[in-house]
Every structure is written in C-alpha cells, then in structure tokens.
Design a protein around this ligand. Structure first.
Ligand SMILES: *[C@@H]1O[C@H](CO)[C@@H](O)[C@H](O)[C@H]1NC(C)=O
Ligand SMILES: *[C@@H]1O[C@H](CO)[C@@H](O)[C@H](O)[C@H]1NC(C)=O
Ligand SMILES: *[C@@H]1O[C@H](CO)[C@@H](O)[C@H](O)[C@H]1NC(C)=O
Ligand SMILES: [Cu+2]
Length: 140
C-alpha cells in the first residue's frame, strides 16, 4: 500500500513537472492561423483570434502574408487606435515576419499598406506573466 502511494505521488510529480515545462516553453503563435495576415473577412477577426491565444513572455508572433501586399508594424496604442503608420516601433516588410515578445503588457500591430488597418488588419495582444513573473506588474 505504501508502495502504491509512492508510485502515485511520483506520477503526480511527473505530471506537474511536465505541465510546468509546457507552460514555460516559449510558443509560436501564427497570427490568423491558416488565414494569415490579411484584410480580414470581418471586423473582429483578429480580436477573436487574440482571445483564443494566451501570450507569454518570450513567445513569438508569426505573421504570414504575400510580400508586397502587406507589412507588419509594431506601434503604440494611440497609433493602433488611429491606424497611424507614421512612426512605428518596428516594421517588417517581408513574410514570414517574426516578433519575439520581449516585454509584458500590451502590444499593438498594424498593416501599413493603404487602408488595410482601417479595414481592421490590426492586432492587439496582452502578454501575461509567466510563473516566474507572477509578481510582475502589468503596465496599464
Ligand atoms: C524561473 O526562473 C528560474 C531562474 O531564474 C529558472 O531556473 C526556472 O526554470 C524558471 N521557471 C520557469 C517556470 O520559467
Ligand atoms: C518574402 O521575401 C523574403 C526576402 O526576399 C523571402 O525570403 C521570403 O521567402 C518571401 N516570402 C514570401 C511569402 O514570398
Ligand atoms: C520576467 O519578466 C522580465 C521582464 O519584465 C524578464 O526580464 C524576465 O526574463 C521574465 N522571466 C521569465 C521567466 O519569463
Ligand atoms: Cu495589409
């Protein structure tokens, strides 16, 4: 009986350890999944996509698009709201565009081509703390 108990405890410890590994491993998020980075078919497309993902520190965003048809700029919240491509934080013009998430809090991305951003080709994500960052404060 004592042996069975210790085997169970060992199994539980292994499950917990693998869960922690899974949670701490950096993940890649393909924006829009198989749709990629496009002028979306409906206005809330990228909002819904972001709600189906959990973004952690050190994860990566992958934007797939046709070269020349779109770009990805990381921008401020204001620029995201106004679709202002004037002064981006960073700009990627070739696909696949890869952004590693290297700070907590909110991150904003827009397409800088024509009226695409106004047609809701824009993405806002919130990066939540990892286990090690559970005491870190999110900037608001
Ligand atoms: C937390 O950080 C420590 C060192 O700072 C590291 O050894 C440990 O693997 C980290 N755990 C997770 C879940 O990231
Ligand atoms: C876009 O251009 C880059 C650099 O020229 C190239 O490596 C990449 O394969 C191209 N991507 C697509 C989707 O055509
Ligand atoms: C926690 O967040 C800080 C930045 O806010 C970062 O420097 C650190 O590496 C993060 N640790 C983990 C395990 O994600
Ligand atoms: Cu575009």
């Amino acid at each position: 009986m004592a042996k069975l108990k210790s085997i169970l405890l060992l199994l539980m410890a292994m499950v917990v350890a693998s869960m922690e590994f899974y949670q701490s491993a950096a993940r890649e998020h393909v924006v829009g999944d198989s749709f990629g980075w496009i002028v979306p078919p409906n206005d809330d497309f990228y909002i819904i996509w972001s709600l189906h993902n959990v973004f952690k520190f050190n994860d990566a965003l992958i934007f797939n698009f046709a070269n020349g048809s779109h770009t990805v700029a990381e921008v401020t919240k204001e620029a995201y709201r106004n679709c202002d491509a004037g002064n981006p934080i960073s700009l990627h013009t070739t696909s696949p565009a890869r952004f590693t998430i290297n700070s907590l809090g909110n991150h904003f991305y827009i397409c800088t081509i024509g009226p695409h951003c106004n047609s809701h080709q824009k993405l806002a994500i919130r990066v939540t703390p990892t286990a090690n960052n559970s005491s870190a404060l999110l900037p608001h």
